[in-house]
Every structure is written in C-alpha cells, then in structure tokens.
Write a protein that binds this ligand. Structure first.
Ligand code: ING
Length: 312
C-alpha cells in the first residue's frame, strides 16, 4: 500500500516593494496552474509570499507597515488563489504577515496556513524562532527587524491530519532549530512544509556568501527530515528585491535525508516530487522509533534552560 502525494514546491522570485498583492497573487496562480498541469496534490509557497521581505526596512508608522499585513484570510487579494486551488483540487501552504485582534489588543505574527483540497484552512502556524533584532541597528548593512514587527508565535508546533497523512508547518528560521522538527516528530509528522526568505549575505559578516547560506539551509532541512523520519519541503522567495539578494535553493527532502527535488533558478520556479508518506514508516519503526530509543530523563536542559549555563 502506498500513500503517494505529488508535491509542488512553488519557489517565488523577488517581490519588489512597489509590486501589488494582486500582481503577486497572479504569479502564485501561474505556479498553481503549472502544478495542476503536472498533477500535484499539494503546493508549498514561501514565507511572506504576498509581499517583499519588508522586515529589511525600519518603518515607525503603522500606516506605513500595516499594509504589508493581512487582517483576514482569505481576503479580496487572495481569494482568487483559494478559488483556483479548490477548482484544481490542490491543497497548499502559504506564508504571510498576519494582523490579529486577540486578548483585547492588535497582534502581529509571521504566519503560515495549511489549506486542504477543498480550499478550507485546516491549520495555522505562527513563527516561533524570530531571527534578527528588535531595534534599528545602524551597524548593519541592512536591517532584519522580525523581532520588531512580529511577536513570537503562540500556537506551538501542531500537526494536522490531511490527505491521508500527518502534516506540520514551520517558517524560515524555525528550520535551523532541531526542537521545531522534534516537537512535530513526537506527534508523528510525515510532511513538514516550510517557506523561507533568507538574505544571501550576512549583514554582520559581509564575507559570508550565498554558498554557505545555501549549505546551511540544506543542512537544516535534511537533518530535520532524517532525524524525525519526515518529508520536508523548504521553499524560498529568492532573487534580488530592490537591491537586496535572497537565496534560492528550494528543496524537497525525503525522510532518508536525501534531496529529491531542487530549484535551479532564483525566479518563479515549480519543483515537484512524488512523496510516498509510507516511506516514513521504516525510519519511524527502526532507527527513529522514539518510544524505543529516546531517553527523556537525560534531556532536562532542553526545556529547563533558554541559554547556555557554562561549567565552573
Ligand atoms: N531569515 C533568515 C533565516 O533564518 C537568518 C534569517 C539568515 C538567520 C541566516 C541566520 C542565518 O533563513 C528568516 N526570515 O528567518
């Protein structure tokens, strides 16, 4: 018996600050059209897939930065995407900036959603590992103000049953933290969808180039997949946004840790792979049979400590 799903990774090229959401949604739909032609069941779009990576800019006024956020989903700009996906019977993952009115206040999150083949939102995730800094930093060659614009996510790392499998989500910097995948792995996750916007250069270490960033992006997704016996699709928004380069390198990773699809460009590009979710079973029942092999009595520091506590 197999549980094959054909997965499309819909890498986006750059979104310029002047681009409208409507124009960007049209690009997402064009990638969905390709996915439909290629028989895909599920498509993964990038993080912040509706706008340029605006955390690179310091904006004090809400009037200036709130237009980058969505107050409801779907909405007028994104409804055509939901409708087209439902017409094709394709589920999808989409990253966007979310404004929520919760607990009597306005809250801002870096968010992703999981949408089923009927166009229904099955699940929502809010980015937990926010990189960068919370204040304008004149020392940096460009800003990375995710800690300024967003709150850490408050949903944890849930998983959802969908398409006869167990799906999870995360966002960008989350992929660098093993806890992200392990919490989902402890819930039996079989497919982790994640989008990313990763600057090609390090604003604090100019000599770090794109090749090292691509290596770290692959390493993080491959390790997460292998160590938790799950597929991982890591899909970029790439290319040069108003003079700011982002890496491409979108990949789909098998639970063996092997990369089974990779983007070749830094533009809008659909990569595809047939993912048999039953391929996760061997690893979950042998080398990563958590019930048989894990020793949580020795893992206390992982949840009791935030930072390092050095020996005397
Ligand atoms: N971007 C980057 C990422 O984690 C980053 C930030 C780049 C952190 C390189 C560390 C090293 O891919 C987002 N949006 O998280």
């Amino acid at each position: 018996m197999s549980r094959e799903i054909k997965v499309g990774g819909a890498q986006l090229g750059p979104i310029q600050r002047a681009d409208t959401k409507e124009a960007t949604v049209a690009r997402l739909i064009a990638l969905l059209d390709q996915a439909h032609e290629q028989g895909c069941d599920f498509v993964v779009f990038p993080e912040l897939a509706l706008t340029t990576f605006f955390p690179r800019y310091y904006m004090e006024s809400k009037d200036e930065f709130e237009p980058y956020f969505e107050r409801e989903m779907p909405n007028a700009a994104t409804r055509p995407l939901f409708e087209k996906a439902a017409e094709y019977g394709i589920g999808f993952y989409l990253g966007y900036a979310e404004i929520a009115q919760e607990e009597g206040r306005t809250r801002y999150f870096n968010t992703s959603i999981l949408v089923d083949k009927a166009g229904r939102i099955v699940g929502k995730y809010r980015k937990i590992h926010l990189p960068g800094h919370a204040e304008y930093d004149p020392e940096r060659s460009f800003q990375h103000l995710e800690k300024y614009y967003f709150e850490p996510g408050n949903y944890g790392f849930p998983v959802w049953r969908m398409m006869d499998g167990i799906f999870g989500m995360c966002l960008c910097n989350d992929r660098r933290w093993p806890e992200t995948y392990r919490v989902m792995g402890l819930q039996g996750v079989e497919f982790v969808a994640l989008g990313y916007n990763t600057p090609s250069v390090n604003s604090q270490r100019p000599e770090e180039r794109g090749e090292e960033r691509l290596f770290h992006s692959d390493l993080s997704a491959q390790a997460g997949a292998y160590q938790n016996a799950t597929f991982v699709a890591a899909i970029a928004k790439a290319g040069n946004e108003d003079g700011n380069p982002l890496i491409g390198g979108s990949i789909i990773v098998h639970p063996s840790g092997q990369i089974i699809a990779r983007a070749e460009t830094e533009d809008d590009e659909l990569i595809t792979a047939v993912c048999d979710l039953d391929d996760t079973t061997f690893y979950k029942k042998t080398i990563f049979d958590f019930a048989r092999h894990r020793r949580p009595e020795h893992y206390g520091r992982i949840v009791s400590q935030t930072g390092v506590e050095l020996p005397e």
